[in-house]
Each structure stands twice: as structure tokens, then as C-alpha cells.
Design a protein around this ligand. Structure first.
Ligand SMILES: Nc1ncnc2c1ncn2[C@@H]1O[C@H](COP(=O)(O)OP(=O)(O)O)[C@@H](O)[C@H]1O
Ligand SMILES: [Mg+2]
Length: 292
């Protein structure tokens, strides 16, 4: 990935300038040069030199329409800041190829110094379509200035915390390794989404296991996935699977909890019936969730 190469080109002063803009972006999308200078604590000359360099590297956008020039980070710069931190913290040392592209993220494989391979989910909400952002209003609250940077950071945090909550039940959900800004590092299952399988070995067994695990997550974790279907289950040829994509989880006392659970379970049941002829009764399954 391009960003990984860029990391080697940047000096710590460049990163500090990017971080100064990042701080300024808490208050407004574009940050004036004098504010960037202030947050970086560099002299004006150094500030301008670094801004010019990172602008040339296509890491920031410039707004020259106001009386003072201002800059904002683009998503590549934000990726760099997060990846740089994860590398510094020895969480990962290399980014591998893209392994998945979702509605609101790009997922890459990555590796640490010991050769362990993980998945790095990079959130990309809002930059291209602001439709998804509306959906996240509850996440954001009534903050005036809706920055994509903040939304993506919040999304990563929300999903990471969900993964942490569920992980303690030792089920087939990704192990959370770490997160920074808008990037989550988690265990990786080399496989593909359930939807792409024509046949699977023991569909009945997998179906039962998924339902059983969702029930444990509901009863013990008091959580509902909220966006479950054949796209958010990764499976390999040996029958290992992971239930992924926990951003939209809701607690079981959420006003829409029942309808979301019904939809999740319904999606799984329908899919296994349609594709693998596994008969099931959604109401019966739902009752087994609700019963004490
Ligand atoms: N832990 C993982 N292991 C393997 N593949 C993954 C993992 N997490 C995500 N993926 C792949 O990346 C795709 C997008 O991830 P997902 O979490 O579903 O994001 P989105 O919210 O954008 O749909 C998935 O459909 C899957 O192919
Ligand atoms: Mg998904």
C-alpha cells in the first residue's frame, strides 16, 4: 500500500506538523497556518517548510480562499498517523494486501515482528458518502462540527470495545489486538465471506454454532450484532469462521433491540435455508433467546 512507503519518507517533523493539524481539526475542518504553528510549537519558518513538504506529498488539502491560508488532513495523512503510532507501539510492523472492502472500511492484512498476521480495519465513513454519517448520529450526538476524522475514530473505538466485550466469551469473533484513531487491529481468518461459498462441509453444524454463539452473546454479553448476514461471517475451508463487523451492535435494552435481533436471526436462517436447505424456525430460535 502506498501509505506504507510514505511512512519511510516522512521525518518526525512532518508527522508533528500533521499532528498539529489533527489537533486543530477538533475545532474546525481547516486549520490556519498560525494555529498549526501554535500547536506544533515550531517557528514559522519550520512550519511553512513542513507544510510545503506534506502538501507536496498529497497529505493535506489547502484552502486559500480566506484571508489566512488553512490546511486540513486528507484520509491518507490520517492513515499515516494511525499506522505510524501502531508501528511505534510495536503492534504491527508491516501492512499487507487489501483483504476486504466493506461498506464503510478497507481491511488489510498486516504483520508484527514475530510474523503474526492480523487484520487491520481502516474506517472510511463519510468522505465519499455522507449518508452513512447520518446513521451514526446516535454515535456522535449533537456535536455541531461533524468531522469525518472524529466519526471514524469513534467508529473504530465503538467496534473495538464491542470486540473486547465479546472476546471474553471465547467465541468465533475476532480477537481485538489494538486500535489507534480509525484503525482496528484484530485476529485474521484467512477465508472469505459466507456468501461466496457454493458448498460448505457441515452447514448444519456451522448454522447451529452461529445461533448458539449469538445466544451466548445475547444472554451473557447483552449484545445484539445489528448488521448480521452472510456478508459479515468469514469462513475458511476447514469450517473455521468469524462473526465480524460489530460497529452497529446494540445493547439488548435498546428500543430497536427486538427487531434488530429478529432481522439478524432471520438473515442467518434464510440464508442457510436458501443455500444449504437447512430448515429452521425463526420464532423458536428467538424464544430461546428471550427465555430466562
Ligand atoms: N478479522 C477478519 N478476518 C478476515 N477478514 C476480515 C476480517 N475483518 C474484515 N474482513 C474482511 O473485510 C471485509 C470488510 O470488513 P467489515 O468488518 O465487514 O467492514 P464493513 O463495516 O465495511 O462491512 C469483510 O467482508 C471481510 O471480507
Ligand atoms: Mg461488513
Amino acid at each position: 500500500m502506498e501509505v506504507a512507503n510514505l511512512l519511510t519518507k516522512l521525518e518526525k517533523e512532518d508527522l508533528r506538523i500533521l499532528m498539529a493539524i489533527e489537533i486543530g481539526m477538533k475545532r474546525s475542518e481547516y486549520v490556519t497556518v498560525s494555529n498549526i504553528k501554535f500547536y506544533s510549537r515550531y517557528k514559522m519558518e519550520e512550519t511553512l517548510f513542513r507544510l510545503k513538504k506534506v502538501h507536496k506529498l498529497d497529505l493535506i488539502f489547502r484552502d486559500a480562499s480566506k484571508h489566512e491560508i488553512a490546511y486540513t488532513l486528507n484520509s491518507k495523512a490520517y492513515d499515516l498517523l494511525a499506522l505510524h503510532t501502531l508501528v511505534e507501539q510495536n503492534i504491527i510492523s508491516q501492512l499487507g494486501p487489501l483483504i476486504g472492502k466493506g461498506k464503510e472500511s478497507d481491511v488489510y492484512s498486516c504483520m508484527n515482528d514475530d510474523g503474526d498476521i492480523y487484520a487491520a480495519k481502516i474506517y472510511r465513513i463519510g468522505r465519499t458518502s455522507f449518508k452513512n454519517v447520518k446513521k451514526l448520529r446516535d454515535l456522535i450526538g449533537n456535536r455541531g462540527h461533524l468531522s469525518w476524522l472524529y466519526i471514524n475514530r469513534l467508529a473504530a473505538k465503538k467496534e473495538y470495545e464491542a470486540l473486547e466485550k465479546i472476546y471474553k466469551f471465547k467465541l468465533n469473533t475476532p480477537k481485538p489486538i489494538s486500535y489507534n484513531r480509525h484503525i482496528i487491529i484484530m485476529s485474521y481468518l484467512r477465508g472469505k465471506e459466507l456468501v461466496y461459498f457454493k458448498t460448505i462441509k457441515s452447514p448444519m453444524k456451522i448454522f447451529n454454532k452461529i445461533i448458539k454463539q449469538l445466544r451466548i452473546i445475547y444472554k451473557k454479553g447483552k449484545m445484539i450484532h445489528g448488521d448480521l448476514g452472510e456478508f459479515n461471517i468469514v469462513l475458511d475451508n476447514k469450517g473455521n469462521f468469524l462473526i465480524i463487523d460489530w460497529l452497529q451492535w446494540v445493547p439488548i435494552d435498546h428500543p430497536n433491540a427486538n427487531s434488530l435481533l429478529e432481522r439478524d436471526i432471520g438473515n442467518i436462517c434464510n440464508y442457510f435455508t436458501k443455500k444449504f436447505k437447512i430448515e429452521s424456525n425463526v420464532d423458536e430460535i428467538l424464544n430461546s433467546f428471550y427465555k430466562k
